[in-house]
Design a binder for this molecule. Structure first.
Ligand SMILES: [Mg+2]
Length: 193
């Protein structure tokens, strides 16, 4: 594919990027819950020997839909990007650290309620991959798209520094691709990195 034919890929995170969310991830060891993590703590938590994640709340579409509050500035930006990008052949995806949701229809309703055309946005669930950290899982997905060679530009909207750092670390491996990261803050402000 010639470079002029190449398109852009825009990636949005969900938790604390598009929505403030409440679901917690439990860490259990020998059948007991040893820690309860909010999604930001989960992003950086490294499992210790014998521990595993319990994603019960994280999988619940009902908890997601009922307790998430939209981050207006990012939602607005996402809507605009989805509208223009998909018209020009570029792609928009969501990459979440979550696993599969228990009710996809209900999950999608939370996006539709914000006017997001979720039918045009594929949701990649990095929690299904099983590496040690959420950022390592996300990198596997980023690479899957980069390896197609279709993209001249890739940009990531994420609240988590580790995810953004992992994203930028791919620059070396894909020198022809233009990488842009946007960090989303608690206030909803977006900073271009
Ligand atoms: Mg996040």
């Amino acid at each position: 594919m010639t470079d002029s034919k190449k398109v852009g890929l825009t990636i949005f995170d969900i938790d604390e990027t598009l929505f403030h969310t409440q679901a917690k991830v439990q860490v259990s060891k020998e059948g007991k819950i040893v820690k309860i993590l909010d999604n930001q703590q989960y992003n950086t938590y490294r499992l210790k020997k014998g521990e595993s994640f319990n994603y019960g709340q994280f999988k619940s579409a009902k908890i997601f839909k009922e307790t998430s509050t939209p981050i207006a500035k990012v939602i607005k930006r996402a809507k605009r990007i989805i509208h223009f990008a998909t018209r020009k052949g570029s792609k928009v995806i969501i990459v979440t650290a979550r696993q599969d949701m228990d009710d996809k229809k209900l999950f999608k309703e939370a996006f539709k309620a914000q006017g997001i055309d979720i039918g045009r946005v594929y949701v990649e669930r990095a929690g299904n991959i099983g590496k040690e950290t959420a950022s390592e899982n996300k990198v596997v997905i980023f690479k899957k798209y980069l390896d197609t060679g279709r993209y001249a530009r890739i940009r990531l909207f994420d609240d988590d520094k580790n995810n953004l750092k992992a994203f930028f670390s791919l620059r070396e491996e894909y020198p022809k691709v233009d990488f842009t990261g946007y960090q989303v803050f608690k206030s909803g402000n977006i900073k271009k990195l």
